[in-house]
Ligand binder design. Structure first.
Ligand code: SF4
Length: 467
């Protein structure tokens, strides 16, 4: 097993004890909750007459079901309104801080916690959403959990977990223009497979990762789960500390200095031992697009869809399913494929730097005829910041719709849904069958800049042609 890694140090520091099952009882420093996975957990607490043990370590927001056009209450969708009321009621009953719509800090749970400075290095974090791995960008160990585990954390502030192995993934060198963090993580998942990370925590390192800002690092860690890893993290450094300094929940005064000392001490030691090490060359990564029904079915935009012969035996069955569902021909380019909907948003790519980069390509261009394109900021703060910079005007002038914050068409639990067999160019993180709200809808994952390139040409396009 690994030794001297950040994962080991944070794990040991939060170990309460070893359970009879052999699992570790791990203390959870921060529990993030939202409207979808918490109602049943609160109901289980009520049934057992239990209270939330650490309400001050529990933070709520609403993101999955919120409409992105009209957010007036009551919501038009009765079920969404019911979920909203249930969360409001539970937070009130248990004394939990709730960042509701209009608070100025509402948004996708994985966007707002870092913005508020709640996500900090060396923490253990849990949330009833798969993409909780996002918070690992700060050097935290962050787990997406199911509803019964949400109950466990609410009641005990601990989780029963088995220790993971640690794989160090180094990405060295410099990314080409038009290649982003999203391309890096899609490339990693393509190479290591969607199950390649099972049983592992991923530690991302190397010069290309070091050069990334916090938002890019969050994009990388966000999709760890899509590569099968239970969590992913990046060792904290001056980029992390500069991002955190002065944020609402970041330590202040002398506590800041103490915190930085602690944060530095939990980084992986130079002589740390890993269970596995994989190295990538940043220069070899192209703008990457998925052609199939898993995030691992990706190619460089200038490549052809793989034929069964190009793939290892164990990937051929899922590839056959993908060819049929996506209606793509093996051995042909994906570039030039017509798109119907273009979505910029989600906890992977709905942050301010994503919107700035997308706006840079949208400026002076126009969405192609017949394409529906929309931008959904990841949070109220992102929206405010973008509007202060005039990004919304650039998008609107280019024919994009400018929406209210939420998860939106990442998983379409709100009214933003694909229709029928529509193809979506999407900056989100999952291209599973039916993920974007239509049982037969098709999703092509890509970076926000690539989504703009698709929107303005109406087809899958290499964003480098627009530079
Ligand atoms: S944006 Fe998508 S992946 Fe992220 S929290 Fe919302 S639904 Fe989950």
């Amino acid at each position: 097993m690994s030794k001297g890694t950040l994962f080991d140090k944070v794990w040991d520091a939060h170990t309460v004890g070893v359970l009879p099952s052999g699992q570790t009882q791990l203390f959870i420093g921060l529990h993030l909750i939202h409207e979808v996975t918490s109602p049943q957990a609160f109901a289980m607490l009520r049934d057992r007459n239990l209270k939330v043990l650490f309400p001050e370590r529990t933070i709520a927001t609403v993101d999955h079901i919120v409409p992105t056009t009209n957010q007036a209450r009551p919501f038009v969708d009765d079920l969404a309104e019911e979920m909203m009321q249930a969360l409001e009621q539970s937070c009130k009953e248990h004394g939990i801080t709730f960042y509701n719509i209009g608070s100025g800090s509402q948004g996708i749970v994985h966007v707002i916690a870092p913005e508020l400075g709640l996500t900090q290095p060396g923490m253990t974090i849990a949330c009833g959403d798969s993409h909780t791995s996002t918070h690992g960008a700060f050097g935290a160990i962050a787990f997406g959990i199911g509803t019964s585990q949400v109950r466990d954390v609410l009641a005990s502030q601990t989780l029963a977990l088995s220790k993971l192995k640690v794989r160090r993934i180094e990405v060295n060198g410099t990314l080409q223009p038009g290649v982003y963090a999203k391309d890096v993580i899609l490339h990693i998942i393509r190479k290591l497979g969607v199950k390649g990370g099972v049983g592992y925590a991923y530690e991302y390192a190397g010069t290309a990762i070091k050069q990334m800002n916090m938002e890019e690092r969050m994009t990388i860690c966000n999709m760890s789960i899509e590569g099968g890893a239970r969590c992913g993290y990046i060792n904290p450094d001056s980029v992390t500390f500069n991002y955190l300094k002065g944020r609402e929940f970041a330590p202040q005064g002398t506590n800041w200095d103490k915190a930085v000392d602690w944060w530095n001490s939990i980084a992986s030691a130079p002589n740390a031992e890993y269970d596995d090490v994989v190295v990538f060359d940043a220069a070899e990564i192209a703008p990457t697009v998925t052609w199939g029904i898993t995030p691992g079915q990706g190619i460089g935009v200038d490549e052809k869809v793989p034929t069964p012969e190009d793939l290892p035996e164990e990937e051929r069955a899922i590839a056959a399913e993908a060819y049929e569902y996506m209606d793509v021909q093996p051995g042909t380019p994906l570039q030039g494929t017509k798109v119907d909907v273009c979505f910029i948003g989600s906890c992977t790519n709905g942050r301010i730097s994503d919107l700035r980069e997308a706006a840079r390509f949208a400026k002076g261009r126009h969405v192609a005829k017949g394409v529906k394109a929309f931008v959904v900021p990841g949070s109220e703060r992102v929206k405010k910041e973008a509007e202060a910079e005039g990004l919304h005007e650039i998008f609107q002038a280019a024919g994009f719709e400018w929406r209210e914050p939420g998860c939106s068409m990442c998983l379409a639990m709100n009214p933003d849904k694909l229709q029928g067999r529509q193809i979506s160019a999407s900056s989100s993180n999952r291209n599973f069958k039916g993920r974007q709200g239509s049982a037969s809808g098709r999703t092509l994952l890509m970076s926000p800049a690539m989504v703009v390139a698709a929107a303005v040409t109406g087809r899958v396009t290499d964003v480098r042609e627009l530079i």
